[in-house]
Design a protein around this ligand. Structure first.
Ligand code: KET
Length: 464
């Protein structure tokens, strides 16, 4: 491990540090962080008494005058633009959110059943502990690693409930910033847009490794391996557990082994983002195979989980951060520090989604029903994928090979359309999508595949 780093084993639960202090004297906090905490820089601290006239002037000149307009979010901003459109043919293929064949949001039957159970039991709304609902934390780690996994049996996993996938990634980023100062996170090129924001806001340096090859519309495996090899020893390597977003291209089982080899060789720390367990293949176990492969090698790793997609709990903000350590003692200390990071950020997590997950995963009947519903959702996406390919192939007379669409997996298809072409999709065809060329197949119906094919063919061939 690089000399600038602390290992997870050095995390101490008893150290009484404030966020301004340095654990073991080794952590340097960003200078902007420190200046934000000085009273003299606080706009609101400058209170003076105004006379009647100057008071009027003071309220007319905003203290926020210097705040510039932020750009719309590249993904969630697409939903806002879609809502604002009055066109009848409009289609929202931006955000990754499952829709029915009628293009309506879908609440899973098992979720409704779990919620009914909660009402029957008359559960209260008291605060959860900082680490979240114990029953949730137990089942979420078991779902990820498998209940019989030695890391579970030997209590080597620190699991803390997070504010869905994003909040869980954010907790992990804060842990990295505090305990691995200067360590870099390697992220795939391209990746889910919010990854960069999360690490930037956490003041964690990041760089990219090659992932997508536009020539083959496939994985640049050689590039990926050589970039991971070239990174400073002890870097964190962010990996999408399954259904890579935005490309829909996953490594094969053989390639995962080779990725694990180089990560192990370089003493890197794997950091998984698992936002689609069960949604890629339709099987919870198949989609967790990458994470389990790394855990089986005895590596320490981080895994952020989300239930937004697989249980359709988007707005409940339910997920978890899991840190696999080499001993239960280290896991206990890591967990204590994750709690310490969470407490001043949001104090403790919301209970509703955690109870839903605990009820569904913890009850054999509901668990079985969930798996069937997930297969149904994954199956609908696969059918739409096939139909889109069939339509493109039948309608496009240029001879272009569209088979890459069938090789992709999960909610998304990476169409290869460039920015100007995606703008044509939106402006001319009212197909709302992200500018990187990604479309969410979960927002598409069989009935709309033909319309979408016409839009793609026009944009592809008539816009450069
Ligand atoms: N990781 C990945 C790879 C991901 O695609 C998302 C969400 C998340 C984490 C976080 O989801 P959460 O709801 O915080 O659990 N992606 C979709 C929504 C979004 O951008 O927020 C998307 O790509 O459309």
């Amino acid at each position: 491990m690089a000399s600038t780093m602390l290992s997870l084993a050095s995390v101490s639960p008893s150290a009484s540090l404030s966020t301004h202090e340095t654990p073991k004297g080794k952590v340097k906090l960003g200078s902007s962080f420190l200046s934000l905490n000085k009273g003299r820089n606080n706009l609101f601290a400058k209170t003076e008494s105004f006379g009647r006239i100057s008071m009027v002037a003071a309220v007319n000149v905003s203290k926020f005058e210097g705040v510039t307009m932020a750009p719309p979010d590249p993904i969630l901003g697409v939903s806002e633009a879609f809502k604002a459109s009055t066109n009848q043919s409009k289609l929202n293929l931006g955000v990754g959110a499952y829709r029915t064949e009628e293009l309506q949001p879908y609440v899973l039957d098992v979720v409704k059943k779990a919620e009914n159970l909660m009402i029957e039991r008359g559960e209260n709304k008291e605060y959860l502990p900082i680490e979240g609902l114990a029953a949730f934390n137990k089942v979420t780690a078991e779902l990820l690693f498998g209940a019989d996994n030695p890391v579970i049996k030997q209590q080597k996993v620190a699991t803390v409930q997070g504010l869905s996938g994003t909040g869980s990634l954010r907790l992990a980023a804060a842990l990295i910033e505090r305990y691995f100062p200067g360590a870099k996170v390697l992220i795939s090129s391209p990746t889910w847009g919010n990854h960069k924001n999360i690490f930037n806001d956490s003041r964690v340096p990041w760089s990219e490794y090659r992932y997508y090859d536009p020539k083959t519309v496939g994985l640049d495996f050689e590039g990926m391996i050589s970039d991971i090899k070239a990174a400073p020893e002890g870097s964190f390597v962010l990996l999408h557990g399954c259904a890579h977003n935005p490309t829909g291209i996953d490594p094969t089982p053989d390639q995962w082994e080779k990725i694990a080899d180089v990560i192990q060789e370089k003493n890197h720390i794997p950091f998984f983002d698992v936002a689609y367990q069960g949604f890629a293949s339709g099987s919870l176990d198949t989609d967790a195979a990458s994470v389990r492969l790394f855990a089986a090698r005895g590596l320490e790793l981080l895994v952020a989980q989300s239930y937004s997609k697989n249980l359709g709990l988007y707005a409940e903000r339910i997920g978890a951060i899991n840190v696999v350590c080499t001993s239960s003692d280290t896991a206990t200390r890591v967990k204590s520090q994750l709690k310490r990071i969470a407490r001043p950020m949001y104090s403790n997590p919301p209970v509703h989604g955690a109870r839903i997950v605990a009820n569904v995963v913890g009850d054999p009947t509901l668990f079985g029903e969930w798996k069937a519903e997930m297969e149904m959702m994954a199956g609908r996406i696969k059918n739409v994928r096939q139909k889109l390919y069939d339509n493109l192939t039948a309608k496009d007379k240029s001879g272009k090979d569209w088979s890459f669409i069938l090789k992709q997996i999960g909610m998304f298809s990476f169409t290869g359309l460039n920015k100007a072409q995606t703008e044509n999709m939106t402006n001319k065809w009212h197909v709302y999508m992200t500018k990187d060329g990604r479309i969410s197949l979960a927002g598409l119906s069989l009935a709309k595949c033909e319309y979408l094919s016409d839009a793609i063919i026009d944009s592809y061939h008539n816009v450069s």
